[in-house]
Design a protein around this ligand. Sequence first.
Ligand SMILES: Nc1ncnc2c1ncn2[C@@H]1O[C@H](COP(=O)(O)OP(=O)(O)OP(=O)(O)O)[C@@H](O)[C@H]1O
Length: 273
Amino acid sequence: MIRFENVTKVYDQTTRPALDSVTLEIDRGEFAFLVGASGSGKSTFLRLVLKEDRATSGAVYVAGQNVANISSWRVPRLRRGIGVVFQDFRLLPQKNVFANVAFAMQVIGKSRSVIRDTVPEVLKTVGLEGKEKRMPHELSGGEQQRVAIARAVVNRPGILLADEPTGNLDPTTSMGIMGVLDKINQNGTTVVMATHDDDIVNEMRKRVVELKNGVVIRDEARALYTSMIPVVGQSRRLKDASGRDDAGVTPAGPMPGQSPNSDAAARSGEGRL
Ligand SMILES: Nc1ncnc2c1ncn2[C@@H]1O[C@H](COP(=O)(O)OP(=O)(O)OP(=O)(O)O)[C@@H](O)[C@H]1O
């Protein structure tokens, strides 16, 4: 789904590469954490996937396509297949929850009836049923991030990139967000999440790709991570056996139009890149 072949990125006016000969493949349907200290190259990796920046050398493939060969007028199509979530939510402050999510469908020309049917389903998936009319400032940070995730996945992208999505949230709320991202991944979406947060990585036990000074120093399945940044007085709970997360949200069914079987969804590639 995402393949980096010997990718080096040196920003203008710098000498040290932000990414240094990175070779890496993330398969369709995988969940991978990108970890490493500040400045290790995590955001640069995500930007190259989105073609927001150009690799200095090497090749970046997304869904089998070398992004260097995608002409500028086709870049929006590439990005439509990739949902993105950020640390700071980036909601439209004057629009309510429904309108924030609907907006992502309007800009690609979806009909009002499709929007009317799809948005409530996605809001249910992220645990925001009944909050359609709330304004962003009437939501907690965790709820705002759920809206941002709903907006990122409403057009059923094949890939979801999350850049420190829990960076502004407390540990309990963060685990709720991880439950949502895990559910989206189980519904077939490839998830790549950049984080410093070792508690989250250690709770989730997914693939861990560790960067240091732009170099991949570790790539391990179901791995742990020690960030070396001390976290004082924080504890996290695992989801309990019923699948409820710490925010009390029980996973709903699959994403609208998605198969509940992630393997089947991954194989079919319907509605995906
Ligand atoms: N636009 C830019 N111009 C010049 N240097 C940059 C630019 N963006 C990032 N860098 C440098 O590239 C390196 C990698 O940065 P990047 O933002 O990818 O790291 P990161 O791991 O995402 O860090 P953080 O966890 O703090 O977000 C850093 O040394 C950074 O200073």
